[in-house]
Design a protein around this ligand. Structure first.
Ligand code: MG
Length: 437
């Protein structure tokens, strides 16, 4: 600043070539202090395994750009106009280096906020700006977040299958691949259980839609977990996702029933609408709980963390608005002894997987990361995406998220019209009552 002020003060008093050189120096200095600005914000739909949306921000500097995840598979088409009709004109010409300010201004620009479509659109922008900042610095984003707390992030993935031997086989195969944490799920023949195999003749009901009943699920799952623990021993960490499928009282009873099997955690025992039940759950058992993949708002995660009602916060990072809010959630969790377990299955883009992995690496209160190796097809589109080895997810050390999207190849996987366009169907109890999915 001092040099710049001095040049400004003396330049008018100078003359001839020297003055001209001073002016040029002033211009160079001014140019050097100006951050690159946003030239274009574009949403890229990629239908590869799921309907992914990636946001690309290009800048006024050649070759400087970044990618962010804005994936909301069940309403993916709505993200495109949210990004391109609203955020793109709002952001054009703004500096790329004011990430927090940009996040706050985008968040408030719709007045009504904290919905999944708008939060995902903001996430795409937010993560693209973090990517750009990393590329400008020549550093991976985990360095910008404070540097590594660990070399890699321990990962888990799920079993499926309708029968206990199938679940057992899949669990053993995952353990052979290096997983030390396994989420065990089992199907119910004739019903549409979450994460299970399904199949079998449809259970007769008063309607022709997929069926789910809480009681068979609860009994079958309890038996499965008991058997898995007996056969696989105490070394493997077991997780299970209830997927908000049963009434709160049944979920509390189940938490008590599985307490003796010492789960790593029980996921989503309640729906977001029933989070007040966590107080009762806590009072009655010591089963660790993970919650949050459907959360959109600080009103949901803040009380659960600050009252120490959960053990793992499991927000879907793009659903919360990107890395900027997610790192605050992580820090809040650290203060209250709550660990992170970001939601990370295939309905999150590899850019999103990389973003949450960088946060995993830099957060002292990291707990576990949902994730697995990407297929070769996905790795070809998202070059540099995280890899799985020995039970861990590994980030590469390239600047930003370390990912480049092969946009030509990605164009071969467009969204196609048809069916529910990525939306989910309904699931009903025997009498036809819709349940939460
Ligand atoms: Mg879940």
């Amino acid at each position: 600043m001092y040099r710049r002020s001095l040049l400004r003060a003396v330049a008018p008093a100078l003359c001839g070539a020297w003055a001209s050189r001073a002016q040029q120096a002033l211009d160079r200095t001014s140019r050097g202090m100006r951050a690159p600005t946003i030239r274009e914000v574009r949403a890229i739909p990629i239908n590869i395994g799921a309907r992914l949306v990636v946001v690309k921000i290009t800048t006024n500097q050649d070759g400087l750009y970044g990618y962010g995840c804005a994936t909301f598979t069940q309403r993916s088409d709505l993200i495109l106009p949210a990004v391109e009709r609203y955020l793109a004109p709002f952001l054009a010409g703004k500096p790329v280096d004011r990430i927090e300010d940009t996040w706050q201004s985008c968040y408030n620009s719709s007045y009504w906020r904290n919905g999944p479509v708008l939060n995902n659109a903001i996430s795409g922008v937010d993560e693209a700006l973090w990517d750009i900042k990393g590329r400008m610095a020549g550093l991976p984003v985990y360095q910008l977040l404070g540097g590594k707390c660990r070399e890699a992030a321990a990962a888990y993935t799920s079993t499926g299958g309708n029968e206990i031997p199938q679940v057992m086989d899949q669990a053993r195969r995952l353990m052979d691949r290096g997983f030390r944490h396994v989420r065990v799920q089992i199907g119910i023949p004739g019903m549409s259980a979450y994460g299970g195999g399904g199949g079998g003749a449809r259970t007769p009901a008063l309607h022709n839609r997929p069926v789910f009943e809480p009681k068979p699920y609860l009994l079958r799952t309890l038996k499965m977990i008991e058997e898995v623990r007996k056969q696989l021993g105490d070394e493997v960490e077991l997780l299970h996702d209830m997927h908000e499928r049963v009434p709160p009282r049944d979920a509390i009873q189940f938490g008590k029933d599985v307490e003796r099997f010492k789960l790593f955690y029980l996921e989503d025992p309640f729906s977001p609408e029933d989070i007040a039940y966590f107080r009762q759950f806590r009072e009655q058992c010591a089963t660790p709980v993970a919650m949050g993949e459907l959360f959109n708002s600080p009103h949901e995660w803040t009380p659960l963390i600050t009252e120490r009602l959960i053990d793992y916060i499991r927000v879907h990072v793009s659903q919360a608005g990107g890395i900027t809010p997610a790192r605050k959630i992580a820090v809040l969790g650290e203060a209250f002894g709550v660990k992170t377990a970001w939601h990370g299955p295939d309905d999150c883009s590899p850019v999103g997987h990389a973003a949450q992995l960088h946060l995993d690496l830099a957060s002292p209160n990291f707990g576990i990361q949902e994730g697995d190796a990407h297929s070769q097809r996905v790795s070809e589109v998202f070059r540099g995406c995280p890899t799985f080895r020995d039970g861990y997810l590994w980030a590469n050390d390239s600047p930003g998220w370390g990912i480049d999207v092969d946009e030509k190849l990605a164009a071969r996987y467009p969204f196609r019209e048809g069916g529910l366009n990525g939306g989910w169907s309904d699931i009903r109890r025997l009498d036809g009552t819709v349940i939460k999915q």
